[in-house]
Design a protein. Structure first.
Lengths: 362, 305
């Protein structure tokens, strides 16, 4: 994902470089405030660690090996702001001393891998690991999911940066001056590889390292999680949102349903057979099976979310939404009731499985 | 240049894409590959220190001038739109490398082993009319209902990209192979990079090699315990993640120790870096020449249009 010099126009590089300056300054100030004079050695070692994690070959099942970036791992261990500085420094070492990634493209690479990757990944991790103990299995899995999300978002950013080049920068003959592929080609190419392979490797590495530290070196995990209890016993029950908010949210969504009438066009593959654009699909007639089964069920209460005579479409949308919510609520309620009844008949209560990791705090 | 770096460390390796999608798919052992990777990093750093210590044109320059010249030339290279001008700049970098007494074979190979295999294959599809429409040069027949052809615009675009990437990589290689890393870091101060970042960068670079030793030890220990090739990827992954976790533990302990060592030597959180010496007349002359060359390049390129 390291973009070399020559793939991006100097204007793009300048924009990303200028955009990253406030992020770096803000990161420097925040980290210094939290860890005071410790910040320099901690960040330097974090950067060296980042550089080395990128060198670890992870074996994958087809017998080959792949690399991970480790940005989310560093964000989980040291916090996203420290990760911003550490990954940027590792990228600077790679670009300046080892020719990996461009010097002019440093701002764009730092944006993708030092800003988007740790922050998006850390956000996903925090969201998924909410209110679990430091040794919970869910926390390690959340870190892995964060790695997956972060890496793919970062790859998407790189794909967009590369993909806009031919549209924005070409000469008067249409010759692309920098990266030649369009968005419709860069996004599938980058995301395909990252969603299927690189993201999974990143997730595996991040989960594995956090799980290892949970077993073997808990104090290191506490660095960025000072308020999180070590095990489930210390957990404080989170404040639950009241039912009132659920009703309010549902009501708001029901009242907003007529917005659907504003949407132009129709969803692909949902046309009635009569409205099909046959020429577009190189067809002469509607396929027999489609014509036969299209009108299979014609007892719908609100066909097309409207009344039978198509009058008052707004009101029909609201009524459809209300009836839909009540029907779904009744179905969920019935299922819940059936489960409770079954549990009572069995005569026991289901106790929630608790995590019992064999953590040895050192 | 005779270097003190052992020859076996400098054997060139083709820059294959790590995902294995290009060229020979390496069904390698992850342990051996990580050890090789560490050796490569170490070899590259040692080699750069060797060439930077040898006498030559850029080695005698002030590091600030070298950094500013490289950046100026990089910007010029990215602004140039004509293939001829780019090729001329590439040839000029090879001449500069010769004047810096860098081993030319190594300098050229380092760029051209990486470019055709990585950038070349990536841009190959961009020469087709489905991606870069234009005047057809060579028809490839009909595929899936589309007439495929190589276009003149596509070929020009691909050649521009490949030459631009090659020239940019050569320029950065020229800088890193002729400037010792400590002077390069001191020069970053001239580009208004804050002291704290320069300090972090310098310490990180120094401790990369310390931690690299730890990684190599860990993997060598694993390799020497294993008889025959490792087939169980699951246990391999468990080893890698435990290794990365243990390395973080060491990293953190090292940061604590370094911090205490710094405090005991009077560090109060105020970053200090070496101050670079005053510029000499030759430095100023070289800087003026490079800037004139940058202006000339961009001007000549615009005049062509």
């Amino acid at each position: 994902m390291h973009i070399p010099d020559g793939y991006l126009s100097p204007q793009t590089c300048a924009a990303f470089g200028a955009g990253m300056v406030p992020a770096w300054f803000s990161a420097g100030r925040r980290v210094r405030k939290v860890v005071k004079s410790r910040s320099v050695p901690l960040l330097a070692m974090g950067a060296a660690y980042c550089f080395l994690v990128m060198m670890f070959n992870v074996p994958i099942p087809d017998g080959t090996t792949a690399h991970a970036v480790g940005g989310v791992l560093v964000a989980v261990l040291l916090g996203p702001w420290a990760a911003l500085v550490a990954v940027s420094t590792a990228l600077a070492i790679q670009a300046l001393f080892f020719g990996d990634g461009g010097v002019l493209a440093f701002g764009a690479n730092a944006f993708n891998m030092a800003l988007v990757l740790p922050f998006a990944g850390y956000g996903a991790y925090r969201l998924l690991a909410r209110n679990t103990s430091l040794t919970a299995r869910r926390r390690a899995l959340a870190a892995g999911a964060g790695g997956y999300v972060g890496l793919n978002l970062s790859a998407l950013c790189a794909a967009v940066e590369l993909g806009v080049q031919p549209e924005l920068f070409h000469d008067h003959h249409g010759v692309p001056l920098y990266a030649p592929f369009h968005l419709s080609q860069t996004i599938p190419a980058m995301l395909g590889a990252h969603l299927l392979v690189a993201g999974v490797v990143e997730a595996a590495l991040t989960t594995g390292v956090v799980a290892y530290l949970q077993r073997a070196n808990l104090p290191v995990l506490r660095l960025n999680h000072p308020a999180v209890p070590d095990d489930d016993a210390g957990l404080v029950e989170p404040r639950r949102l009241g039912w009132r908010w659920a009703w309010l949210g549902l009501g708001a969504m029901v009242s907003l349903t007529p917005l659907g009438l504003l949407a132009p066009g129709a969803a692909f593959g949902e046309d009635a057979p009569a409205n099909l654009d046959l020429q577009r699909y190189h067809l002469d007639t509607v396929p027999r099976g489609l014509a036969h089964y299209a009108g299979f069920w014609h007892n719908a209460l609100f066909s097309g979310y409207g009344f039978a005579d198509d009058s008052h479409p707004d009101l029909a949308y609201l009524v459809s939404a209300l009836v839909g919510v009540l029907a779904a609520g009744a179905a969920v309620g019935a299922a819940y009731g059936a489960c409770r009844l079954a549990r009572r008949l069995r005569g026991g209560s289901l106790s929630r499985a608790t995590d019992k990791p064999g953590a040895v705090p050192t | 240049v005779t270097t003190t770096t052992p020859a076996w460390l400098l054997e060139p390796q083709i820059g294959l894409c790590p995902c294995g999608c290009i060229g020979r798919r390496r069904r390698g052992n992850f342990v051996a590959e990580t050890i090789e990777g560490s050796a490569r990093v170490m070899g590259q750093a040692l080699f750069a220190e060797d060439t930077a210590a040898a006498p030559g044109l850029w080695q005698g320059l002030d590091a600030r001038v070298a950094v500013v010249s490289t950046l100026g030339l990089l910007v010029a290279v990215s602004l140039v739109h004509h293939l001829g001008v780019l090729v001329a700049v590439y040839l000029a970098t090879v001449v500069l490398a010769a004047l810096c007494r860098l081993p030319l074979g190594f300098f050229v190979k380092r760029v051209w082993l990486f470019i055709p295999i990585f950038t070349g294959i990536v841009v190959l599809p961009a020469t087709l009319n489905v991606i870069t429409p234009g005047h057809d040069v060579l028809s490839l027949g009909a595929w899936f209902g589309h007439d495929l052809a190589i276009t003149r615009e596509g070929l020009t675009g691909a050649a521009l990209l490949v030459t631009r990437v090659a020239t940019s990589i050569s320029l950065v290689a020229l800088l890193t192979l002729t400037t010792p890393w400590n002077r390069l870091l001191a020069a970053l101060r001239a580009l208004l990079v804050p002291r704290m970042f320069v300090l972090v960068l310098g310490m990180a670079y120094r401790y990369v090699f310390h931690l690299l030793d730890a990684v190599t030890d860990m993997y060598t220990a694993r390799r020497s315990r294993a008889a025959g090739p490792e087939r169980d990827t699951r246990s391999g992954r468990a080893f890698v993640t435990a290794g990365a976790g243990a390395l973080f533990g060491r990293t953190h302990a090292l940061a604590e120790e370094v911090h205490m060592a710094m405090v005991s030597r009077g560090y109060t959180g105020e970053a200090r870096t070496l101050t670079a010496p005053r510029l000499r007349a030759t430095d100023v002359l070289w800087l003026a020449t490079t800037m004139a060359a940058v202006a000339l390049l961009v001007g000549a390129d615009r005049a062509f249009a």
